[in-house]
Design a binder for this molecule. Structure first.
Ligand SMILES: Cc1ncc(COP(=O)(O)O)c(C=O)c1O
Length: 410
């Protein structure tokens, strides 16, 4: 068992492994600490390869002392080589798409929720909750249903209809708050002080965020136990981005993979870009913004892990860029046309930023670039509604001939 305790990211004060998320001394955020000194990399690799086809193959690197039960088994999503995308971008880099739409509720949030709910059950909670921009709500509702837990999910009431429907179906208490995500988050922080509930991204945040490390572990395994040279990933609160980096770092530290951290490139929507703005200003301070973007899943104006995301991008020679709504729509279409993968708006943001990196000449020939596509296009259908086209024809060969100018001989 490698998991040790919780530690403050700012002042290093240590705390027990319970539902605690901020430091009593300096109010800094807490994170899970491990002691990997007794871990032999060769036997760890064998345990991983013999493990389940899900995130639980990485149990040595997750915050549990015992095996956990998890009905939905997220993870091991495909890593697909995208040569035609690279060609369209005019780059000689090898582009790989990590397709997180292949998870049980079609986003990477299944990973973080599986970890948080396992911890909630270990700590004896019977009700779970979250503040969500949509995908987290989907995942909490589904995983709670699978585990037989009661759930309350809080979302901005103006979310995409597909995300609301795909959440309510699991029999959760779906609460639409009249406000933006930052209002929802503030309310949930107040409720977390009051209610005996496990809020996955409030009082269980240190555990929840650990789930995103598995996105680094899988990429290494799927690249034949090699590190990529670059990664491109979306940034909302910054948790996903920073924990992918932590995942690579842990495996380098324990000797499961050789090399240096990849360059980390973050992607935000221009209509909600506090982290990209801080990066551009050379500052770690992410001044809060009021979101106005079609990428609602990334619409967090006051990002908890923003300063740490800026630090990761800076220290790895990466960047954090923002793209506007038109670039997001174009990114969704470009990915679909070249790979057959239909992503939600967050993926459009990520591909939009990938395109910017290619245009700036930052992708070098032969280097491996992993692009994290974190959610499913069917959840944000409205984003591309205006560019949708249907060729309507009469139900006979002449109708087809007239529309497409191709002769049909019948
Ligand atoms: C599809 C998708 N991608 C990326 C993110 C960003 O996650 P984080 O808040 O960890 O930065 C979210 C957050 O909700 C999301 O729904």
């Amino acid at each position: 068992m490698s998991v040790n305790n919780l530690r403050c990211k700012e002042c290093s004060a240590e705390f027990e492994l319970d539902a605690h998320y901020y430091c009593d001394r300096c109010f800094g955020p807490l994170e899970v600490r491990y002691d990997f000194s007794g871990l032999d990399p060769e036997s760890a690799r064998r345990r991983i390869q013999a493990g389940p086809d899900s995130i639980w193959r990485y149990s040595d690197f997750l915050p549990f002392g015992q095996p956990v039960r998890d009905a939905l088994q997220p993870g091991l999503s495909p890593l697909v080589r995208a040569d035609r995308l690279a060609e369209r971008l005019g780059t000689g880099a090898e582009i790989f798409i990590k397709n997180e739409a292949a998870n049980p509720t079609h986003s990477f949030k299944d990973r973080v929720v599986a970890v948080a709910l396992a911890k909630a059950q270990e700590l004896g909670y019977t009700t779970v909750a979250c503040a969500s921009t949509g995908n987290l709500a989907n995942a909490v509702a589904a995983h709670a249903a699978a585990a037989g837990l009661e759930s309350y999910v809080f979302v901005p009431s103006n979310l995409e209809e597909q995300k609301l429907l795909a959440t309510d179906i699991y029999g959760t208490h779906l609460v639409g708050v009249k406000g933006n995500y930052d209002d929802v988050n503030r309310l949930c922080t107040q409720l977390a002080d009051e209610k005996p509930w496990a809020f996955v991204n409030v009082n269980l945040r240190p555990y929840y965020s650990e789930g995103s490390k598995t996105l680094a572990f899988e990429a290494v395994e799927q690249l034949g136990w090699n590190l990529p040279d670059r990664v491109v990933a979306p940034v909302a609160s910054g948790s996903l981005f920073t924990k992918i980096a932590r995942g690579f770092e842990e495996w380098i530290e324990v000797g499961l993979v050789d090399g240096a951290l990849p360059a980390f490139h973050g992607a935000q929507a221009a209509g909600c870009s506090p982290v990209a703005t801080a990066f551009a200003e050379g500052s770690r301070v992410c001044r809060p913004q009021k979101p106005d973007t079609i990428a609602k899943s990334l619409a967090i104006g006051d990002p908890a892990d923003g300063p740490y995301a800026v630090a990761r991008a800076t220290e790895t020679g990466g960047s954090i860029d923002a793209v506007d709504d038109e670039e997001i729509r174009a990114g969704i279409r470009l990915l679909a046309e070249t790979t057959g993968i239909f992503t939600e708006t967050a993926g459009g943001v990520t591909v939009g930023v990938l395109r910017k990196l290619a245009e700036r000449g930052e992708l070098r020939d032969g280097e491996k670039v992993v692009v994290y596509i974190t959610g499913e296009g069917l959840k944000t259908l409205d984003a591309n509604r205006d560019s949708f086209s249907l060729t309507e024809i009469a139900p006979d060969p002449a109708g087809f001939e007239a529309a497409f100018g191709q002769e049909v001989h019948v």
